[in-house]
Design a protein around this ligand. Structure first.
Ligand SMILES: [Zn+2]
Length: 251
């Protein structure tokens, strides 16, 4: 299905009084483009389902597509020794998968696994190259996105080394909620353990602590955020730092 026509309206984040953009597709990178570039990119793409558990790409594979989530979210993970895998980032409608294509790199660096159900605009590597080569707003936007990702990865590395599991769990739950657009998250103990790079018992203890604070309700495979401001207070400063960096450079 082509996305040449707008798929839904979206209110600019953080501006509830602003009139919704009737031509917005829902992905914030695409929606930040001038109308002409946005229309061309949408016409070149195809709408596809993001089903939980679907692997979009594995490390070392040739990257044939870029993905712009409109809803849902995807976890990027790297192979490690202990634990066997670790999540390095979550991508939803604030970002994209395959930004390396804009740098001329067509090889996947991480595993991309769908964690939250939704839809995405899938664009072939050839079409993305063609648009980036025009040297317009898309190239400048993706340059800034790469910078924001670099800052996020550095911040995340510092987070793993410095902050308590409970604080980090609060951060990944906030990130998941932002991307899922829902207070109810279908996240298993195993996927949370992978996101945090800890054993499952570590997740149980941290989730128990957040539950006692009244921030979440946690049961097998399901997390309900019951006090968002409280969860933000429980999270380390890395969540706010990453959000501020994103807003500063990408709006
Ligand atoms: Zn942190």
């Amino acid at each position: 299905m082509s996305l040449a026509a707008p798929v839904r309206t979206a209110t600019p984040p953080g501006n509830p009084g602003v009139e919704p953009d009737r031509h917005a597709c829902g992905n914030r990178l695409i929606d930040a483009l001038p109308r002409g570039e946005r229309t061309r990119l949408l016409a070149a793409g195809k709408q596809v389902d993001l089903s939980p558990g679907r692997v979009l790409h594995e490390p070392g594979q040739r990257m044939r597509h870029a993905w712009f989530p409109l809803t849902g979210f995807v976890g990027l993970s790297m192979r490690t020794f202990h634990p066997s895998r670790m999540e390095v980032d979550l991508v939803g409608n604030e970002g994209m998968l395959g930004v390396a294509l804009a740098l001329g790199v067509a090889e996947c660096g991480e595993r991309a696994l769908v964690l939250g159900p939704g839809i995405a605009l899938r664009i072939s590597a050839t079409a993305l190259h063609r648009e980036v080569r025009r040297d317009g707003a898309l190239r400048r936007l993706l340059n800034r996105y790469v910078y924001v990702l670099m800052m996020r990865f550095v911040q995340n590395a510092a987070c793993i080394a410095s902050h308590k599991i409970e604080q980090r769990l609060a951060r990944v739950l906030l990130m998941s909620q932002d991307r899922a657009g829902s207070e109810s998250l279908a996240l298993t103990q195993a996927s949370l353990a992978q996101m945090l790079g800890v054993r499952r018992v570590g997740v149980t203890e941290a989730a128990g602590a957040l539950q006692r604070l009244g921030c979440i309700r946690y049961s097998r495979g399901h997390v309900a955020v019951t006090d968002r401001p409280g969860l933000e207070r429980a999270a380390c400063g890395c969540y706010r730092a990453n959000r501020a960096s994103h807003q500063r450079w990408l709006g």
